[in-house]
Design a protein around this ligand. Structure first.
Ligand SMILES: Cc1cc2nc3c(=O)[nH]c(=O)nc-3n(C[C@H](O)[C@H](O)[C@H](O)COP(=O)(O)OP(=O)(O)OC[C@H]3O[C@@H](n4cnc5c(N)ncnc54)[C@H](O)[C@@H]3O)c2cc1C
Length: 408
């Protein structure tokens, strides 16, 4: 048994990284234990057989996320900006719906898109103005239970607009076709979309991890250290390491006894070969009439030459759903929309992509579980990168506060 005289952080995803950076800033030198062979958790980028970089599950960064602003030098990631809106295939033709406040040139196309009614577009504008009022924290604290879908219906949006745009767009964001996240999560996300850019780092989402990792000057990182249990400050790993630490921040909620199991939304991400001409700009494509595909983009529009001839599509996948069958369903959805897609070049099935939460706890006011034990991770707060980073920071701040109050 080894006694450690500094905080231990379990899990090196976004929450663990933010926790370590916060502890470092307070002069501490945490020990970070990560089960896998690299940091980043769900922020992962791979290379396809031909070297094209692809994120393991299509993800975007919203530059308005307060925690991204706090920790990340976005310009160093060479962000590629998506057009704020979507290209939607409906009734046999492509239509554009974009935010005319930020892309005035798209106003005529948006007004004549035929997606929703005039009243829907007016309600949408009113909703955007509503979520932009007050602070981001205020918006996060509104209606933390209930479902986003019921809230949108109550606001009077037509069934067609909900189906063709809101549900189609946001099911890809929440990986949940039924839009069950609480209204607060939806409204907060809408505010983030409306007040900043939607980007992908040129090198893929893992570039963000490398940037944060480069700042871990006072943190000792130990990889391939899967923690199997911890109790009263006593940490055991699968390879038999046995440590006693004064404080622990656990970013893997499933390790804690007595907590309800995390329910997950899963997805399937497939890169198809395509002979189709791309949209010519980075924009998300939606197929509201599809059975399986939630969104797609032409990789050439986002990644230039390396993405040529590749279409990246995502489908929400429920537990137990057959992956091969889902790939065929995606192919047939894309073809039904007139998109010439061919062989599968790459695919990833991510069964535990986003926590399914009936209630969000945006502020994570109570990260302290017991003396010396703190909890973080998106599943303890809300399903987003912003919430994961915030949960790590808030847990570390609570630890620092407690240490200061007990240090003579
Ligand atoms: C496909 C997909 C799409 C997404 N899209 C978006 C998006 O567009 N926008 C957005 O904001 N968010 C998105 N997210 C969510 C975002 O990526 C996550 O919220 C965030 O990365 C979670 O960070 P975390 O630290 O809480 O958890 P994780 O990233 O899961 O980190 C947990 C870490 O703990 C390690 N670990 C697990 N068990 C142990 C153990 N026993 N001992 C030690 N270490 C352990 C894991 O290996 C991992 O590194 C998406 C996620 C996915 C997968």
């Amino acid at each position: 048994m080894e006694h450690i005289d500094r905080p231990v952080v379990i899990g090196g995803g976004a929450a663990g990284l933010a926790a370590c950076l916060t502890l470092q800033a307070a002069g501490m030198s945490p020990l970070l234990l990560e089960a896998s062979d690299r940091l980043g958790g769900r922020l992962r980028t791979e290379q396809m057989a031909d070297g094209t970089r692809v994120d393991v599950g299509f993800q975007v960064l919203l530059t308005a996320y307060p925690e991204l602003k706090r920790w990340v030098d976005m310009s160093a990631l060479e962000p590629v900006r998506f057009v704020p809106g979507a290209r939607i295939h409906k009734g046999g033709r492509w239509r554009t719906l974009a935010d005319p406040r930020r892309r005035p040139g798209t106003l005529p196309a948006t007004l004549t898109s035929g997606i929703g009614t005039w009243a829907d577009r007016f309600r949408m504008l009113r909703l955007v103005l509503e979520v932009m009022r007050g602070s981001a924290e205020d918006v996060q604290s509104r209606a933390t239970s209930g479902t986003a879908l019921d809230d949108l219906k109550a606001r009077g949006f037509s069934e067609g607009f909900i189906r063709d745009f809101l549900q189609s767009f946001f099911s890809g964001i929440f990986l949940d076709k039924a839009l069950t996240p609480p209204p607060a999560q939806f409204l907060y996300t809408l505010r983030m979309f409306a007040s900043g850019d939607v980007v992908r780092p040129a090198g893929g989402v893992e570039a963000l991890v490398h940037q944060l990792q480069g700042k871990l000057e006072r943190t000792e990182v130990r990889l391939q250290q899967r923690v199997v249990s911890f109790e009263s400050g006593h940490i055991l790993t699968e390879h038999g390491a046995d440590w006693v630490a004064p404080q622990i921040i656990c970013t893997v909620p499933s390790l804690l006894d007595g907590r309800p199991p995390v329910r997950w939304h899963g997805c399937l991400n497939v890169v198809f070969a395509t002979s189709e001409r791309s949209f010519g700009k980075p924009i998300i494509g939606l197929l509201p009439e599809a059975h399986s595909v939630t969104n797609f983009h032409f990789m050439e529009d986002v990644q230039g030459a390396e993405g040529q001839g590749k279409l990246n599509a995502t489908a929400v996948l429920e537990y137990g759903q057959n992956v091969d069958g889902a790939v065929l369903a995606m192919q047939s959805d894309l073809r039904a929309a007139g998109l010439a897609v061919g062989e599968v070049l790459w695919k990833a099935h991510i069964p535990e992509a986003l926590p399914a939460m009936r209630e969000v706890r945006p502020a994570m006011a109570q990260p302290k579980i017991s003396e010396g034990l703190y909890i973080a991770g998106d599943a303890t707060a809300a399903p987003s990168l912003d919430a994961a980073l915030r949960s790590g920071r808030v847990a570390a701040e609570a630890l620092i506060q407690s240490k200061r109050s007990t240090t003579p």
